[in-house]
Ligand binder design. Structure first.
Ligand SMILES: *Cc1c(COP(=O)(O)O)cnc(C)c1O
Length: 384
């Protein structure tokens, strides 16, 4: 039987044919001149995407490895980190800190809300002895579909010396992020989100201030030692064997982003968000996040009373090949999530909404098929 999947996940995301093809290139020596050229090209492209003149380091690991690298290289056992959490990925930062003996002070906001910069400013103002060494937060919280105002959160830091470490794994290239202009010390990204690659790479941008902290940081690390990565990078290499095929793919992905432009990619993601939200609202379903803080990468939809997320997710996949994600953390059983980042276009959203309408109809929840699609089409038409 023929089948085709439409991946509407907040990672992994669909991989464009161009990138699949680029990754099929024959192996090269990762200690040779071709690799040096590849790494140099990729680093330059990444600097553009991160909007930084600072150094960018590519690691062979999933996004969580990038988060772990940030904790292990910039914080020491006994240091205090302030974790500003708005969902499950904030929770991951807490666990990583605890695993490394770093004291995690938690500033939590309810699922569905963004972090309040005023509360951050107040907390830092109280920290007279500057015991907080780093502030860790998400740019885009994938579990709730909420986008934090990273620029305002950075401003809230003021002149407090704590490093600002931002997990933008599901945000980079989907939402605006200005590493240098917003004074972000460390930014983390992952390959399988808006960079349109398979999983397996984490990328960190690190500014001079953060490097000075890493140089003095006594925490344990080996594979994820960023100083070792920087040293090798200066020779056009990586300390250990890199995922060369993924780097071929990354070079192609960066070319695609250059062609689309970063602003173009962000506008496309915003359009996907608006189409999904209009469609869901037209169906009378509730969204977890308010419009003001809605993520351009992923939308969390509350499941109607008496229904479990899998009642919707399973038939969507099995009958229609539309793959959406379940809930995570506190909203595990109460939402499903529609991913719309990476290589996702308006017709994917229209197809996904059409399939969702059919599933909801089969569950006896929606009687007016076509309303979500029509609402999304209206949004699409308006953008011309
Ligand atoms: C996907 C994601 C991660 C990392 O997940 P991995 O599965 O380790 O790649 C971290 N933070 C956010 C916000 C994410 O969306």
């Amino acid at each position: 039987m023929l089948s085709k999947q439409i991946l509407l996940l907040p990672g992994p995301t669909p991989v464009p044919p161009r990138i699949v093809q680029a990754m099929a290139a024959p192996a090269i020596n990762h200690r040779g001149p071709e690799f040096k050229e590849l790494l140099t090209e990729v680093n330059q492209g990444l600097q553009e995407v991160f909007c930084t003149k600072g150094e960018v380091i590519v690691l062979t690991c999933s996004g969580t490895g990038g988060m772990e690298a940030a904790v292990a290289n910039f914080l020491e056992p006994g240091d205090k980190a302030l974790i500003v959490t708005i969902g499950a990925f904030g929770g991951r930062f807490i666990k990583i800190c605890q695993a490394f003996g770093v004291e995690a002070e938690i500033m939590a906001f309810p699922y569905g809300q963004a972090a309040d910069p005023n509360r951050l400013a107040e907390r830092l103002a109280e920290d007279k002895n500057k015991t907080i060494k780093a502030i860790l937060l998400q740019h885009n919280e994938t579990s709730t579909g909420v986008l934090n105002d990273v620029r305002a959160l950075s401003q809230a830091r003021g002149d407090h010396p704590a490093l600002l470490i931002v997990d933008s794994i599901s945000g980079l290239a989907a939402a605006e992020l200005q590493t240098d202009a917003w004074d972000l010390d460390v930014v983390i990204a992952g390959s399988q989100k808006a960079l349109m690659l398979p999983p397996g790479l984490a990328v960190l941008s690190i500014n001079e201030r953060a490097w000075r902290v890493a140089e003095k940081c006594a925490n344990k690390r080996y594979y994820l030692d960023l100083l070792a990565a920087r040293k090798s990078k200066d020779k056009g290499q990586t300390p250990y064997t890199p995922a060369v095929s993924l780097l071929f793919g990354l070079r192609e992905s960066l070319k695609m982003l250059q062609e689309e432009t970063l602003a173009g990619s962000q506008a496309r993601h915003a359009l996907m968000r608006d189409m999904v939200r209009a469609g869901i609202k037209a169906l009378g379903l509730e969204l977890l996040a308010a419009d003001e803080v809605a993520s351009p990468s992923v939308t969390a939809v509350k499941v109607p009373a008496g229904i479990k997320p899998k009642d919707i997710i399973t038939p969507l996949r099995e009958k229609y090949g539309v793959v959406v994600a379940g809930g995570q953390g506190d909203v595990k059983d109460s939402v499903f999530r529609i991913g719309h980042l990476g290589y996702v276009l308006p017709t994917d959203i229209l197809a996904g909404l059409a399939a969702l309408e059919m599933v909801l109809d089969e569950l006896g929840l929606v009687r007016a098929e076509g309303v979500a699609v029509a609402a999304a089409q209206k949004v699409l038409r308006k953008t011309g």
